[in-house]
Write a protein that binds this ligand. Structure first.
Ligand code: NAD
Length: 319
């Protein structure tokens, strides 16, 4: 029996729940939200779809005490950025939300894996690790999982190759400083950089730069068009859950704790990691070029700066 608790039944949370129901990934789903009525309505709505699905998932609106025997607690709860609100202000408000979530989850006796999607996801994952005191391998953020999927889709379109035969990652902060280490991008086993050099008339380096921009700006574009992004991230969360629950040992660019890898300590950032029933089994440390390493360090520095701004605030509020 695999059990997942979802905290935050907004657009992202429910896109995940809908995808998980359709993909039949686990047996029991508990919905929790500050707006209890919303969680009750969402559970009813999903349950009415059971007759049309291949799943016999048990779905209900629950309480934090239900986390006790859960395998995964997913956090999609959060507040949206107000007009004129600075990033540190938003961070402090989401830290307050996380305190009201992580504490009761831990008090339930929960002993599984935290999976965080709330933005800024790298910082909120670190906040979850700090508030829960859980072992580092059992606190994961969605990181750049979705960004890597977006990249693989674009590369597949560009080279006319099935996405599944493309091995390429977006790493770093899930945000403005994320980047593509092109030295590590492969079509089957052939480096993308070599393909570009071998076919200078067919493929242009500027196209790759455009692709990188497009990946970085995808969320902004979708938000401009329809207000928010949720289906892609919902499916990314399902994939991470499956990797955990089926002990897959899949490599995904989740947000995870660096302990000396890439010369960084303590930062949570999106890098390739092997995911299985224990959460992060280990990191797959990439052989980055000097330039790529500098970009990753810059991304980590920014994340560390934001985190240090809220850490104090956390302690003040905890008193
Ligand atoms: P939403 O406003 O639709 O949903 C947020 C939900 O959180 C609401 O139902 C709200 O009632 C609930 N909530 C707020 N405070 C709570 C609390 N203290 N306890 C329990 N529930 C609480 O927002 P959304 O569109 O679902 O987005 C959720 C988060 O996911 C945002 O932070 C968003 O930026 C993030 N997101 C992340 C990615 C990614 O790649 N990681 C992609 C898209 C969105």
């Amino acid at each position: 029996m695999k059990k997942v608790v979802l905290v935050g039944t907004g657009m992202v949370g429910m896109s995940f729940a809908y995808a998980a129901l359709n993909q039949n990934v686990f047996d029991e789903l508990v919905l929790i939200d500050l707006n209890k009525q919303r969680a009750i309505g969402e559970a009813m709505d999903l349950n009415h779809g059971l007759a049309f699905s291949k799943s016999s998932m048990r779905i209900y609106a629950g309480e934090y005490s239900d986390c006790k025997d859960a395998d995964i607690v997913i956090i999609c709860a959060g507040v949206a950025q107000k007009p004129g609100e600075t990033r540190p202000q938003l961070l402090n408000r989401n830290t307050a939300v996380f305190k009201s979530v992580v504490k009761p989850v831990c008090e339930s006796g929960f002993n599984g894996i935290f999976l965080v999607a709330t933005n800024p996801v790298d910082i909120m994952t670190r906040v979850t690790a700090e508030l829960s005191g859980f072992p580092k391998n059992r606190v994961i953020g969605t990181g750049t999982t979705l960004d890597s999927a977006r990249l693989r889709y674009l590369l597949g379109e560009y080279f006319g190759i099935n996405t599944r035969s493309i091995h390429a990652y977006v790493i770093g902060e899930h945000g403005d400083t994320e980047f593509i280490p092109w030295s590590q991008a492969l079509l089957a086993t052939k480096p993308v950089n070599n393909i570009m050099l071998d076919n200078p008339t067919e493929y242009k380096l500027t196209d790759l730069q455009k692709m990188e921009d497009e990946v970085r700006r995808s969320a902004y574009k979708i938000i401009e068009s329809k207000g928010a992004t949720y289906y892609g991230i919902g499916m990314a969360i399902v994939q991470i859950c499956r990797a955990i629950l089926q002990n897959e040992n899949s490599v995904l660019t989740v947000s995870c704790h660096l302990d000396g890898q890439y010369g960084q300590y303590g930062t949570y950032v999106g890098v390739p990691a092997i995911i299985n029933k224990n959460g992060v089994k280990e990191l797959v440390e990439l052989s980055l070029t000097g330039k790529e390493m500098n970009k990753l360090i810059e991304s980590c520095n920014i994340l560390n700066k934001y985190y240090s701004d809220i850490e104090l605030n956390c302690e003040e509020k905890a008193e």
